[in-house]
Design a protein around this ligand. Structure first.
Ligand SMILES: *[C@@H]1O[C@H](CO)[C@@H](O)[C@H](O)[C@H]1NC(C)=O
Ligand SMILES: *[C@@H]1O[C@H](CO)[C@@H](O)[C@H](O)[C@H]1NC(C)=O
Ligand SMILES: *[C@@H]1O[C@H](CO)[C@@H](O)[C@H](O)[C@H]1NC(C)=O
Length: 434
């Protein structure tokens, strides 16, 4: 396999992923798909802790990282707890706490450690009016060192409740009564509080909105879009906002879930920096196909493209046909990709390890068919769950294991009914290291 000299020379970079790719499949450091849906992130010391629920049984799952890219799985956190949606970490005082929703109650779990050993502390309706709720959010206000539980309660009321210093759920401090909203998160920038919420459209994405206030006590005003409406929040739903206060820059990160049609295991994550203009009271997602933030400086960077392979220069089979494409780099792409009509790229350069590639393809209807990638002689990689990205952006990042050198053969194929149209523009390779 990989020569040991290469492994030793580049150990830190070869083994880890280099970028955050919104909407792509995200693997943990053991190679499994990350299962932390409806989650949130906190930082303690140099370590980030990402809690979220498992798609299969909604038990809280924890991952740790120092770079926000490579996440080590820490496993299930509360062995007997299932059906706990959208868990979030809080630490009011002494113990460590997780808050989430179970059976439309607020379930709080407590442990004496950050990692593992959580057990039920309380299961209560939200005071003062016994609202049942869904969609737990969490916000820590460092100016008062107070945690706030955010919920979307009955009657479409998004409610902000203090978490008391003993870990119990405290008074409501404000609420948003502006329509049917859920999935709340708060970020504070330049003294202004921004409350980000999604509409209520089940597992389907919608244009998420931002409201603002000069105080956690409200009132909340606004309701502007955080992304162009047609993007449906880049096919995601808000779950948490993370602030990385670096030595050079403070970067605010939108964390969303890109749910599959059932909120199941093929759901992905959309994380992206946000542009916040506190004076104008606007928050917008600064979407990039791949990016990262230096957790020490707070500075965001993007990968350089190393190489592109154009589909019209690849080997085409069956009924594929080269056509004009106004927004393609070379103004041409390959249409008619379907059964036995494929695009095969030869001599693609690999690193000998897992690496990022971006597939530039476009589908007319993400759920009308499937897209598959064949690398060398390996079984098909099913990228159909990423078709929604191809429906929006034409740039779909995928991590693949390629052999070292200019020796890889990659075939792009699609299956679907006559109405499923797939056009392939090309493949892009990115720098993996700094
Ligand atoms: C922290 O919790 C302990 C008991 O759990 C309590 O005695 C103490 O007063 C709390 N401290 C604060 C600042 O609330
Ligand atoms: C791939 O590389 C080999 C060896 O360099 C060359 O002979 C071959 O023509 C290349 N294939 C394509 C499709 O470019
Ligand atoms: C490919 O993935 C899609 C979306 O996750 C799924 O519905 C489909 O069953 C998969 N196809 C195969 C052949 O596994």
């Amino acid at each position: 396999m990989r020569p040991s000299t290469l492994l030793l020379a580049c150990a830190s970079s070869v083994l880890g992923a280099s970028w955050i790719a919104p909407g792509a499949v995200w693997y943990d450091t053991k190679g499994a798909k990350i299962e932390a849906h409806g989650g949130g992130v906190v930082k303690r010391g140099d370590t980030f802790y990402w809690i979220g629920h498992a798609s299969s049984n909604q038990t809280p799952m924890l991952y740790t990282s120092t770079d926000l890219i490579n996440w080590a799985p820490q496993g299930a956190q509360a062995s007997s707890v299932t059906g706990m949606w959208r868990p979030k970490i809080a630490k009011p005082n002494g113990s460590f706490w997780l808050f989430g929703q179970q059976d439309r109650y607020v379930l709080s779990l407590k442990s004496s450690n950050q990692i593992g050993g959580y057990g039920q502390s309380a299961k209560v309706y939200i005071p003062p009016n016994s609202y049942s709720y869904s969609d737990t959010g969490m916000f820590y206000d460092d100016s008062t060192q107070t945690y706030y539980l955010l919920t979307s309660a009955d009657h479409n009321i998004v409610q902000v409740n203090r978490i008391n210093s003993d870990g119990t759920l405290g008074d409501k401090v404000s609420d948003l009564r502006a329509g049917a909203y859920e999935a709340p998160g708060i970020v504070k920038a330049d003294g202004v509080y921004f409350l980000i919420v999604s509409g209520k459209t089940g597992w389907r994405s919608n244009p998420n909105k931002v409201f603002w206030s000069n105080s956690i006590n409200g009132p909340w005003a606004g309701g502007s879009d955080i992304a162009p409406q047609a993007q449906n929040t880049y096919n995601s739903q808000n779950t948490f906002e993370l602030t990385v206060a670096g030595s050079q820059k403070t970067t605010y990160i939108y964390m969303g879930d890109s749910w599959d049609s059932k909120g199941g295991a093929s759901s992905n994550y959309v994380w992206a920096p946000m542009n916040i203009n506190a004076g104008a009271h606007t928050v917008t997602i600064d979407y990039h196909t791949m990016w990262k933030v230096d957790p020490n400086t707070g500075v965001v960077s993007y990968p350089t493209t190393l190489k592109r392979y154009e589909a019209e220069h690849a080997v085409l089979s069956g009924r594929t046909v080269v056509k004009d494409c106004s927004n393609c780099l070379t103004k041409r792409s390959v249409h008619g990709v379907r059964d036995a009509s494929e695009v095969t790229f030869h001599n693609v350069t690999g690193t000998g390890s897992r690496q990022w590639l971006s597939f530039h393809y476009k589908v007319n209807s993400p759920e009308a068919g499937e897209a598959h990638i064949y690398v060398n002689d390996e079984p098909a990689v099913n990228i159909s769950s990423l078709n929604s990205l191809a429906g929006y952006h034409t740039s779909t990042p995928v991590q693949l294991n390629l052999r070292a050198g200019d020796v890889n053969t990659i075939t792009f194929g699609a299956t679907g009914g006559e109405g499923f149209e797939v056009a392939v523009d090309g493949i892009e390779l990115f720098e993996e290291d700094e």
